[in-house]
Design a protein around this ligand. Structure first.
Ligand code: ZN
Length: 294
């Protein structure tokens, strides 16, 4: 990652996140939008279909490269456009005033290190005290969304809800993202219950009367170990839906999302191991069959 907290914010923050900027930050902002220093960041490149290093381009570099006004097409002034007249030497304060006055809504462009045509646009608003990220193309979560498709067979339509939780979180929606995560958690549990209920000694009626964490205890021999040892995931998700505020849900989302991915991976790994064991058992039986009783 670059050594600039502003560049890092532009590259990785959720849409509508705000970054406080002090007077001291203005020189750094100017370097990103006008200067000759290069800032890099890692992101998924949908065109390469792989992770890549991207470099932010200043306006002049972009102009030299493309010879076109993105501003004309997008009706947005490209960052630094107001500061690209080399004969005018401006102070940092004057450059900042230009950003505010000319480029209230700005755009910076980054290029994939493998191919400059693979572009990454970030739109942001600047005012006296904050930068607000207001747009980005492409979506940095695209890789995550496509990577979640491997759970489709297991989750069915609930796989879309898992993706929706991530999408809501990336748009700074806290409680809503928790609702979708809890539905996915419940689906994993009830899929397992459906598979194993006949092995339980408790009746369906009595089972239904249990609290959710008690249900997990009841099915603990069949559930993924991580789900049993971390059954409080459910309590936290429920607390988020009923009591926590938006910011608390946003703060805790990554831990809960990754925990659910951990549970899903544990199920996938177990199924893969069982399938491999079945294949090997069949092969061993065939080899033994060739030997007869010898
Ligand atoms: Zn690329």
């Amino acid at each position: 990652m670059s050594n600039s907290r502003i560049a890092e914010f532009l590259a990785t923050a959720s849409i509508y996140s705000k970054l406080p900027i002090s007077v001291e930050d203005r020189a750094e902002l100017s370097k990103i939008t006008n200067g000759k220093e290069t800032y890099s960041f890692d992101a998924y490149c949908p065109k390469c279909k792989d992770h890549s290093v991207f470099y932010f381009s200043d306006y002049q570099t972009y102009w030299d490269l493309k010879k076109e006004f993105k501003a004309y097409n997008t009706r947005v002034i490209l960052a630094g456009f107001g500061n690209t007249f080399p004969e005018i030497i401006k102070s940092e304060e004057e450059k900042f005033r230009d950003l505010i006055n000319w480029n209230r809504l700005s755009c910076v462009v980054a290029h994939c290190s493998r191919e400059t045509k693979h572009e990454f646009f970030v739109f942001f608003n600047i005012d006296e005290n904050y930068i607000t990220k207001v747009g980005q193309y492409p979506d940095v979560n695209e890789y995550s969304y496509s990577n979640l498709s491997k759970y489709e067979k297991m989750l069915g339509k609930y796989c879309i809800e898992l993706k929706t939780s991530l999408r809501l979180h990336s748009n700074n929606v806290g409680v809503g993202a928790f609702v979708y995560l809890r539905r996915v958690f419940e689906r994993i549990f009830f899929n397992n219950y459906k598979e194993n209920s006949s092995k339980l000694t408790i009746s369906e009626d009595d089972f239904n009367k249990l609290r959710f964490t008690e249900k997990i205890d009841c099915l603990k021999d069949y559930l993924p170990e991580f789900m049993v040892t971390n059954k409080n995931i459910y309590s936290i998700l429920s607390k988020g839906i009923h009591e926590l505020d938006e910011q608390e849900c946003i703060d805790y989302f990554d831990t809960l999302f990754e925990s659910i991915i951990m549970i899903l991976d544990e199920i996938l790994d177990k199924k893969a191991t069982e399938a491999k064991q079945r294949t090997l058992t069949n092969k061993i039986a065939k080899i033994k069959g060739k030997f007869g009783d010898k």
